[in-house]
Unconditional design. Structure first.
Length: 166
């Protein structure tokens, strides 16, 4: 594979190298590129959700319910924990999705004082459609890498996450 053309990160690190040759700049370059990639990927990923009338967080709720398996319902606190969200933040998302007819609150079968959040048929159909477009979009973004590079990127990102994640 051809070497990529110099980029803005190269320009920044070259400036630092000129001004402060004593600095080790490899990590700065890597994190600079990771940050730029995250920004670009976020815009491209969120455009899929926006095209379907969703925000990322709303898709995350629908996806968590869908992948929980039939009957596609969870306790709101389990949803909040799964998505690393506050209870108040989860309530807001559920309210918006319920207003849109994509989820409904139902009484918990084991504790009638508690509620569960369930996908409606409309919500299940929407998330099933969006997840196809979403995975195709992410696959397309990585298609510039050959399989070995994708595997290396996965391995490297797993290694970093295993050391940093709580």
């Amino acid at each position: 594979m051809d070497e990529p053309e110099p980029d803005v990160v190269d320009a920044v690190t070259a400036q630092w190298q000129r001004e402060r040759p004593d600095l080790e700049l490899e990590a700065m370059a890597i994190f600079g590129r990771l940050a730029r990639l995250l920004n670009i990927a976020t815009v491209r990923i969120e455009s899929v959700f926006t095209a379907h009338g969703l925000h990322r967080g709303e898709f995350d709720v629908l996806a968590a319910l869908r992948r929980s398996g039939s009957p596609f319902e969870l306790n709101p606190s389990v949803l909040a924990d799964t998505l690393m969200l506050s209870r108040a933040g989860m309530t807001g998302r559920i309210d918006r999705l319920e207003t849109a007819g994509l989820v409904r609150r139902i009484a918990d079968r084991d504790d009638r004082r508690a509620v569960r959040v369930a996908l409606t048929e409309q919500g299940r159909e929407l998330v099933d459609t969006v997840v196809v477009t979403h995975t195709e979009n992410e696959t397309a973004m990585l298609s510039v890498l050959d399989p070995a590079d994708r595997a290396a990127l996965d391995r490297i990102s797993r290694t970093l996450l295993s050391r940093w994640a709580d």
